[in-house]
Design a protein around this ligand. Structure first.
Ligand code: ADP
Ligand code: MG
Ligand code: MG
Length: 256
């Protein structure tokens, strides 16, 4: 059984009669990294938001199966507890709430859902240190308030740290590369690569090919105007880097 199966997914914005996703199909297995590329406004973030359960979107047709279960029936918190992780779903800044306290609740909620025991304070801090090190984040940062005063690169590394802590089965990274200089990009990618595993799948959304030099995907999909118009392997990403998106848009229009 696939980890994630998106079938003929149509999505509109609630209150507005505009269809954003127009029949998306995608199958992702554990152990795989899928990249979704595409021009701005093509619907990539909308797909990520719908997977995480953001309220403002309405699924008008199609289905999403996660581990064979109807994902759309689950509340956002239930999805998170069952191992769906979306990097940007976590708060941008939470003044006064330390990363550690914030994550302790999230980690224990996930553990409870998996039928595991709650982590005590000591074990939790041990895990924090271990995982912070894994993604090259200073353990001092984890004591600060959530994202408060973090640089752009630190915020992104913090997202990967959250991923490392929550151990999701499906990790969705939306534009994790945006605004990163080359060193930060490399650090973030190394963190992700360490977290690749046989029982985890990644959906990596990016507008630019360069992230995929570091996080090498098994499959690449191109989204244009609410549809996946082409899928391939990592060579497809290189082709897009060379030729841009226009040719693929023209092809898609001609085929429609
Ligand atoms: P991408 O991530 O590929 O750049 P998005 O999913 O962010 O694309 O957006 C796809 C289209 O849907 C855009 O035209 C965007 O303006 C529109 N859209 C996305 N979310 C909303 C929303 N909450 N309300 C209105 N329009 C939206
Ligand atoms: Mg956008
Ligand atoms: Mg986007």
């Amino acid at each position: 059984m696939a980890l994630l199966e998106v079938k003929n997914l149509h999505v509109s914005v609630e209150d507005e009669d505009v269809e954003i996703l127009k029949g998306v199909n995608l199958t992702l297995d554990t152990g795989e990294v899928h990249a979704i590329m595409g021009p701005n406004g093509s619907g990539k973030s909308t797909l990520a938001s719908v997977l995480a359960g953001r309220e403002e979107y309405e699924v008008t047709e199609g289905e999403i199966l996660y581990d064979g279960e109807d994902l759309l029936e689950l509340e956002p918190e239930e999805r998170a507890e069952k191992g769906v992780f979306l990097a940007f779903q976590y708060p941008v800044e939470l003044p006064g709430v330390s990363m550690t306290n914030f994550l302790r609740e999230a980690v224990n909620a996930v553990r409870e859902a998996r039928g595991e025991e709650e982590l005590g304070a000591g074990d939790f801090l041990k895990l924090v240190r271990e995982r912070a090190k894994l993604v090259d984040l200073s353990a001092d940062l984890t004591k600060r308030a959530v994202n408060e005063g973090f640089s752009g690169g630190e915020k992104k590394r913090n997202e990967i740290f959250q991923l490392a802590m929550l151990e999701p089965r499906l990790a969705i990274l939306d534009e994790t590369d945006s605004g990163l200089d080359i060193d930060a990009l490399r650090q973030v990618s190394e963190g992700v690569n360490k977290l690749r595993s046989d029982d985890r799948g990644f959906l990596v959304i990016t507008h630019y090919q360069r992230l995929l030099d570091y996080i090498v995907p098994d499959h690449v999909h191109v989204m244009v105007d609410g549809r996946i118009v082409r899928s391939g392997d990592k060579e497809l990403a290189k082709e897009l880097e060379d030729k841009g998106y226009e040719w693929i848009r023209e092809e898609a229009t001609a085929a429609a």
